[in-house]
Write a protein that binds this ligand. Structure first.
Ligand SMILES: C[S@@+](CC[C@H](N)C(=O)[O-])C[C@H]1O[C@@H](n2cnc3c(N)ncnc32)[C@H](O)[C@@H]1O
Length: 309
């Protein structure tokens, strides 16, 4: 029989707020990691190289605690049970997706909108005769679609009339709930200058509010949220968009999936539409369909058969 350890736990362990691990919890066996990798890549496109195994273990450990499970084996039994898999996929995706985002992230894109994109669309009657429609296709906790709403509202102030709507989608229901709540702390709103804070944020009256700031109702009314998986064969959206932001998500996909997602996004662009991807992302082989305007910003070629009619 293995000897038991009589010594007291070291201070750093006793002080830790992390729950003690049961011995079965670490590590995830390579064969199970491979099964999980296949499921996640098929389901949401995200690649899980071996280098992410420790990160995955840490995130899944929290999920196991929520479920009251004491071993990864119990979790695999649940996850790979055809009757239970569908309901577990949402929290699993929530646990494994990386949701980093900021207000005014990659600001060159918003400058390009103000200087080039919005004037060109407006000259074509978009925003005047018909509302400008914008889609933030990996919206995370809402900072990107609300930044878009602020930029558009600001630009619209100088026009005689300007109407726009924004759709924010994400695969993760957890981040979408945060985006709908539209509440942010001081750190999150740091990139916003004072005049924008005054114009577009409300300060909570009570110190017990979940966060000190909330997006103003006029902006919230312009932004709708819904769950959408970019891996779906057909996005089922009711109309084409004039501007699509799909930033900092393609980087998690393999080359083939990136190309396929870019093709589906382009199908949802209006004939004079614009597509923005993250600064570290670029679209390969899109020359027939899209023209690069600036790094990671593209305009659809008017006569391309790929764009929505
Ligand atoms: C790093 S955040 C980027 C947020 C924002 N676009 C930005 O650039 O700041 C990536 C987001 O993509 C979402 N995501 C990952 N896979 C997805 C998929 N297959 N379909 C839709 N959203 C996905 C994640 O849930 C996450 O919120």
């Amino acid at each position: 029989m293995a000897p038991t350890l009589a010594r007291p736990a070291p201070a750093w362990l006793a002080a830790s707020t992390e729950p003690a691990l049961s011995p079965e919890l670490l590590p995830i066996a390579l064969v199970d990691f491979a099964r999980l990798r296949t499921l996640i890549e098929d389901r949401c496109g995200i690649q899980l190289p071996d280098s992410k195994r420790t990160m995955v273990e840490a995130r899944l450990r929290k999920r196991l605690l929520q479920l009251g499970l004491s071993s990864f084996d119990d979790y695999w039994r649940l996850l790979f049970d055809p009757a239970r898999q569908a309901s577990e996929l949402v929290p699993l995706t929530d646990a494994l997706t990386t949701n980093k985002t900021d207000f005014l992230r990659e600001p060159a894109h918003f400058a390009l909108l103000e200087r080039t994109v919005l004037p060109a669309l407006y000259a074509d009657g978009i925003g005047r005769r018909t509302p400008l429609r914008v889609w933030s296709a990996a919206a995370s906790t809402g900072e990107e679609p609300y930044t878009l709403a602020m930029v558009l509202a600001q630009w619209g102030r100088a026009q005689r009339s300007f109407d726009f709507t924004i759709l924010g989608t994400d695969i993760s229901t957890r981040v979408l709930a945060q985006a709908r709540a539209a509440t942010y702390d001081e750190l999150a709103i740091a990139p916003l200058e004072d005049s924008w804070r005054r114009a577009y944020l409300l300060r909570a009256r009570s110190s017990t509010a979940p966060a000190p700031f909330r997006i103003a109702p006029e902006l919230r009314a312009r932004v709708q949220f819904g769950q959408l998986n970019l891996m779906d064969a057909d996005y089922g959206l009711p109309h084409p968009f004039h501007i699509i932001f799909c930033r900092n998500v393609l980087i998690y996909f393999n080359r083939e999936t990136q190309t396929e997602v870019a093709r589906k996004l382009t199908k949802n662009l209006a004939p004079s539409g614009y597509l923005f991807v993250g600064h570290s992302e670029s679209l390969q082989n899109s020359g027939d369909t899209l023209t690069a305007l600036a790094p990671s910003a593209y305009r659809v070629n008017r006569r391309s058969p790929e764009c929505a009619i």
